[in-house]
Design a protein around this ligand. Structure first.
Ligand SMILES: Cc1ncc(C[n+]2csc(CCOP(=O)(O)OP(=O)(O)O)c2C)c(N)n1
Ligand code: SF4
Ligand code: SF4
Length: 652
């Protein structure tokens, strides 16, 4: 897929953009110099776009950093020296980046063009996240401004505005999106691409850049009582905060306050209820425009705050009402009760127009135009779809070998085996039938979790971690385990890329196969691991056909697992087999077929190995040739030699 369309067109053209594409365009229209990111759904496309086009638009630098902490540090220094910078990540990425961001938020670049926008993509309902997290709560700790767009056009405009604010008041600005905004698509009117205005001379004075007691208490005062005050003034007067339907009246004397994607849900909900109500749409979400909110609250007997997840706005609006002596009723989630029956909205999951309409109906008792309860309760018949790895995924091969090795360990050595999972495509090995998961937290935690049980039990504790995750945050935990002599088995599933988020590169990737590869160096993971002094065993699948690969892998896991139990030390098995999705983008692999003369329908390929494109048909195995990606593992595991690349007789 090419992202050239982001740079094409003349001002005034309409482009059918994803929210994330519109954000990238907005950054180009702001003269962006540097983009750093760590991939994570729903934010990853922006990094992909800049990696492809950065030279075309004269940007100085783009990188998929090793993790979010490093991404924000690289970005922060570029910002300090006067560049126009954006850094992107998903919600939980902000946890990883939060330590340096505390210092960065207080710094005050002395260079005219310094501007920094931090793109944080939240994922209400955890569509593609291990936890549901509302990143807006960080805004109160960091004390930096934030904007939240509600559709792709606003994604472009708010990005430009965020750069302007940051440049003007010298604070980083968070641009917060959610999945339904980042991944929605609509017509977006584009503007002019702006050239970089970065100056070659810059000032890196320690007084504003060195976090220390000597400088930072004073700078914090400037941050809170000067720069955030300026931000508040901007928020009070911002066209991003708007009262819609201002002159509408309703019998219930109800006003609505909302922001981001919830604004779209409110509009539809009002239609369902045939209700006319003024809506305060907040686009400048931190600091909230206190005066504007107060004057809005004064007009109503009751106000409902509609926002997803936490009560970020609701709690503040309650405080604003109290401070201004207003006695109206504020509805929402009741932030103080921790009782979901007390509020009319839930703190969990995504909103939608029906949920929003039902909440408004509860307080207004309006009879809706449509049967909301029916729509809410309706179970739609959808085709059941399990979470499965791609056909040809190397992790399936590892899972197959691991299953056999563990069975042998349990029967021969009589030990319990526990699995500590990490975040990546291999997480899918956690689910039945393999169920290789007893614990899982966040990126990089598997190796330390295994240590916690291994130090207190004589079981075999196996950490399963991908290469991308290992580089991201697994390295400190591994070194901790080596240093503390933790008796654990660490399986590093090196498929060469950050598979789950779309095959982005990490420091161990063969970056010849990535857009910006010529600007990178590859770090050899095997040599790196050897350098730790730990016991490292490696296996690599190179040939398209290696009849012994699975049995070699199986033996390796069994032997190293046994060593952990016998020798009470840490063993690493590095399994190198490239993500098939990356391979098939470069080369066409030979699809496999079943020789019906030889197949005795033992089911090893479809019942045990579980390649999703192999099934049983007419009492033999059948491969769907439209879906087979040609990894060739089925050919290796078939006990009857019935699966082949090229066969002339009747095939299935
Ligand atoms: C802190 C954090 N940042 C980003 C993500 C998004 N994410 C999910 S899995 C993953 C990495 C997967 O890469 P790897 O470990 O190599 O496994 P693969 O998917 O290639 O099997 C990332 C970056 C996340 N879940 N948490
Ligand atoms: S993207 Fe790659 S690693 Fe992920 S499931 Fe597909 S083949 Fe496996
Ligand atoms: S059918 Fe065989 S070759 Fe094709 S994807 Fe499945 S395991 Fe790989």
């Amino acid at each position: 897929m090419s992202y050239n369309k982001i740079v094409e067109g003349t001002p005034g053209d309409e482009k059918f953009f994803l929210g994330n594409e519109a954000i990238a365009r907005g950054a180009i229209e702001s003269g962006i110099d540097v983009y750093t990111y760590y991939p994570g759904t729903p934010s990853s496309e922006i990094g992909e776009i800049f990696s492809e086009i950065f030279k075309k638009v004269g940007m100085k630098w783009v990188e998929s950093s090793i993790n979010e902490k490093v991404a924000i540090e690289v970005a922060g220094a570029a910002y300090a020296r006067g560049a126009t910078v954006m850094v992107g990540m998903k919600n939980v990425g902000l946890n990883v980046a939060s330590d340096p961001l505390f210092a960065l938020a207080t710094t005050r670049p002395k260079n005219k063009n310094s501007a920094l926008v931090i793109l944080i993509a939240d994922d209400p309902q955890q569509h593609s996240s291990a936890v549901e997290m509302d990143s807006r709560n960080y805004l109160k700790i960091f004390k930096i401004p934030a904007l939240e767009p509600s559709n792709p056009q606003e994604c472009l405009e708010y990005t430009k505005r965020a750069f302007q604010i940051s440049r003007e008041i010298k604070l980083p600005v968070i641009l917060r999106t959610v999945t339904m905004v980042s991944h929605s698509r609509s017509n977006v009117t584009i503007g002019d691409i702006k050239e970089s205005e970065m100056d070659d001379n810059f000032d890196l004075s320690k007084e504003v850049n060195v976090a220390s007691r000597i400088y930072f208490l004073k700078l914090k005062e400037d941050q809170i009582y000067h720069r955030m005050r300026l931000a508040l003034e901007l928020s009070e007067n911002s066209s991003l905060n708007q009262i819609k339907n201002e002159n509408e009246k309703n019998e219930q004397e109800l006003g609505i306050i909302t922001s981001g994607v919830s604004y779209s849900y409110v509009n539809e909900a009002l239609e369902f209820l045939n209700l006319k109500a003024p809506v305060l749409k907040i686009g400048f979400i931190n600091p909230l425009p206190e005066k504007l909110i107060t004057s809005f609250l004064r007009k109503f007997k009751q106000v409902i705050v509609i926002e997803e997840m936490d009560t970020f706005m609701e709690t503040q609006i309650m405080a604003i009402a109290q401070m201004n002596g207003l006695e109206l009723k504020i509805h929402g989630k009741n932030p103080f009760s921790f009782d979901n029956k007390q509020g009319i909205l839930s703190m969990i999951g995504e909103l939608n127009p029906t949920k929003t309409a039902l909440a408004i109906q509860k307080i207004t008792k309006i009879k809706p135009r449509i049967d909301l309860e029916y729509i809410f309760g309706k179970k739609y018949e959808t085709v059941g779809r399990k979470s499965i790895m791609c056909p040809g995924c190397p992790h399936r091969t590892t899972g197959f070998a691991l299953q056999k090795a563990i069975k042998k360990i349990k029967s021969k050595l009589g030990k319990e085996v526990y699995f500590f999972q990490d975040i990546g495509c291999y997480t899918l090995l956690s689910y039945p039938p393999l169920s290789f998961a007893n614990m899982k937290y966040c990126m990089g935690s598997s190796i330390a979790l295994a240590q916690g049980v291994a130090h207190t039990s004589d079981s075999l504790n196996v950490a399963i971690i991908g290469d991308g995750t290992f580089f991201h945050s697994g390295i400190p935990a591994l070194l901790n385990g080596i240093y503390n002599r933790a008796p654990i088995l660490v399986l590093i599933l090196d498929n060469g890329w950050i598979g789950m988020t779309g095959q982005q590169p990490h420091p161990g990737s063969d970056v010849r196969h990535y857009y910006d590869g010529k600007f990178k160096n590859k770090i050899d993971l095997g040599i790196f691991l050897e350098g730790t002094g730990a016991n490292v065993s490696s296996i690599k699948r190179v040939e398209t056909k290696d009849e012994n690969y699975i049995s070699k892998l199986n033996d390796l896991i069994y032997n190293r697992g046994s060593d952990v139990l016998k020798e009470k030390n840490l063993q690493i098995v590095l399994i190198q087999d490239e993500c098939i999705q990356k391979v098939v983008k470069r080369e066409e692999l030979t699809k496999r077929k079943v020789d019906v003369e030889l197949c005795n329908n033992c089911g090893v390929c479809y019942n045990q190995f579980l390649c999703p494109v192999i099934s049983e048909a007419d009492e033999v195995a059948y491969i769907d040739l439209n879906e087979c990606l040609g990894c060739g593992i089925c050919e290796e595991i078939c006990p009857s030699n019935a699966i082949k690349g090229e066969i002339n007789n009747e095939v299935k």
